[in-house]
Write a new protein. Structure first.
Length: 210
């Protein structure tokens, strides 16, 4: 038997890592939305089902609708860093590469249930509104990056169009992937197939206007 310093060190647990409070809240919300509908479920209900306090809920989420997008928000959190670190000569290609990289890194087992169970959960307009908030946020980040790289003002129309178009293509790909069911496969190729042709057209347009 070892009597060295490692002898008294507790063994690391094996198996799957313990789920975070945010993940437990999202799982609890999914169950309750299916049972009672979105409108019939309160924040207190979700916290109680997850076994945490109401305060803990608001440590992770600003609103009930944020639970729809836990995994997607985590994936998109690195978009800004990827853009800033890009070595692509074209800002359009830099955005394309960043979106595809995020999609490739996304766990294919983590599918936004808001996109697959929206009718069963009666998510309604809240789903649309929460998706719109995310679209505007990511579109703004991309448009600002493109404008900065191109030496334009942040409000430049062409930069705004590029941001809107690329993010819309990625969003359409994510929705299509989520709804493909068990045959969906990894997300990366789906986003690449959607964003690539759009980037081709935008990049050519930018070259003509240069």
């Amino acid at each position: 038997m070892s009597v060295g310093p490692d002898a008294t060190r507790p063994r690391r647990p094996v198996g799957r890592p313990r789920r975070s409070s945010a993940e437990m809240l999202a799982d609890a919300a999914a169950e309750l939305f299916l049972e009672n509908g979105y409108a019939g479920t309160t924040v207190d209900d979700i916290a109680r089902r997850a076994g945490v306090s109401r305060g803990t809920f608001f440590n992770y989420f600003e609103a009930k609708s944020d639970l729809f997008w836990l995994d997607l928000d985590r994936s998109l959190a690195d978009l800004g860093d990827l853009l800033r670190a890009s070595s692509e000569l074209s800002p359009v290609r830099a955005v394309e590469a960043a979106l595809v990289a995020l999609a490739e890194a996304h766990d294919p087992e983590r599918v936004p249930w808001a996109l697959t169970q929206s009718e069963a959960m009666a998510l309604g307009d809240d789903l649309v509104a929460s998706a719109a908030v995310r679209f505007v946020r990511q579109q703004g980040a991309v448009a600002s990056y493109v404008a900065e790289r191109s030496g334009r003002d942040r409000s430049d129309l062409a930069a705004q169009v590029i941001g809107s178009t690329l993010i819309a293509a990625a969003a359409a790909a994510i929705a299509n992937w989520a709804r493909a069911g068990v045959s969906r496969g990894p997300l990366g190729p789906v986003v690449a197939a959607a964003v690539g042709p759009v980037a081709d057209g935008l990049d050519a347009r930018e070259a003509r206007s240069a």
